[in-house]
Design a protein around this ligand. Sequence first.
Ligand SMILES: [Zn+2]
Length: 127
Amino acid sequence: MGKIRMWIQRFMMGRYGTDKLNMTILVTGVALCVVSLFFTRLPGVSLVLTTLSYVLMIWAIFRTLSRNTYKRYRENRRYLMILERIKDKEHRHFDCPKCRQPVRVPRGKGKIAITCPKCREKFIRKT
Ligand SMILES: [Zn+2]
């Protein structure tokens, strides 16, 4: 057993491993695979779902074994940021049209002028 563990450890050295985005991809892949079982009478639908689930699972494996850890880390951060935005019901999120800086403003204030905290660009958005 120890030998196998050491081999795995050496194999994973410098590789990205797993994160929250990977878990989401994997769970979605498995879920699609299960859903496809309900469409055995519709081979077209079943094929699309199965293919999609394989693509997702291969993507998750690719991310786990990836050596480009910085890029994977950034993907995960972007994913977490999107999750955060969806969960946040009290604010609206915009990206500055000039420098792409994310800006958060309270919801339900009507049309307001937003000043970017980074580049001072002013833009009007409906909250
Ligand atoms: Zn800006």
